[in-house]
Design a binder for this molecule. Structure first.
Ligand code: SAH
Length: 217
């Protein structure tokens, strides 16, 4: 696979900029071969910016992936739902962190991208811990709920109600919420008594969520 040096440089940049700090996140980002998830991987795999992955969609910039991995507080054994598989990179990083007993279910709206994500995840050896499904992730994944963590990697107009329902007690959900061009990254927690709390991490930019609870038009 190679590119260890490039990954080390990317992780050093994320560490010195304060985007990441914990060992599990550092290990995941040092291990997952990001260039394998990007069409022109060799040239752009480790640049800290979003990259096109086809179908007008993007893989998030490394710093955004790192920020979200830290906020999710992932650990072995957790069950994760991702809305927006895209290239599959984020799912592979999360798989690295929930091994050996956990699992990532990643839903992708565009069939071609669901196939791409699945291929990338198989190629890089994470298929045992990731299931990629084609469908509308704004409705969640009832058959596999509840989830200890939910991450939405596209911009929702507001928090989709099925995702709140499918979040387990003690769970954490990240949702970029707001307009089409600029959103706030919301950290939603479901306490053990079922109470929901919301915290605003700050501004972010994601491609729009489509489907039932997504942006219309
Ligand atoms: N996490 C990805 C980046 C995803 S970009 C990665 O690591 O590469 C956002 C993705 O969300 C796009 O692929 C887009 O097609 C998808 N998407 C948009 N609306 C969706 C929906 N309702 N359900 C599932 N995926 C959706």
């Amino acid at each position: 696979m190679g590119y260890e040096l490039e990954r080390r440089r990317m992780v050093d940049h994320l560490l010195s900029s304060g985007y990441i700090r914990s060992k599990p996140v550092i290990d995941a980002m040092l291990s997952v071969p990001r260039h394998e998830f990007i069409p022109e991987g060799e040239r752009y795999g480790y640049v800290d910016s979003p990259q096109g992955i086809g179908c007008d969609q993007t893989i998030s910039a490394p710093h955004m992936v790192g920020i979200m991995l830290e906020l999710l507080e992932l650990g072995g054994g957790l069950r994760v739902l991702e809305v927006g598989a895209g290239s599959g990179y984020h799912a592979a990083c999360m798989a690295h962190m929930v091994r050996p007993g956990g699992h990532v279910y990643s839903v992708e709206y565009v069939r071609e991208l669901a196939n791409l994500a699945r291929r990338n995840i198989e190629r890089t050896g994470y298929a045992k811990w990731v299931t990629v499904l084609h469908g509308d992730g704004s409705e969640g994944l009832k058959g596999h709920a509840p989830f200890s963590r939910i991450i939405v990697t596209c911009a929702a107009p507001s928090i989709p109600p099925p995702l709140v329902e499918q979040l387990d007690k003690g769970g954490i959900m990240l949702v970029p919420s707001g307009g089409r061009w600029l959103q706030d990254l919301l950290i939603v927690r479901k306490k053990n008594d079922g109470e929901i709390t919301k915290e605003d991490w700050g501004g972010c930019v994601f491609v729009p969520l489509r489907g039932r609870f997504g942006h219309t038009g």
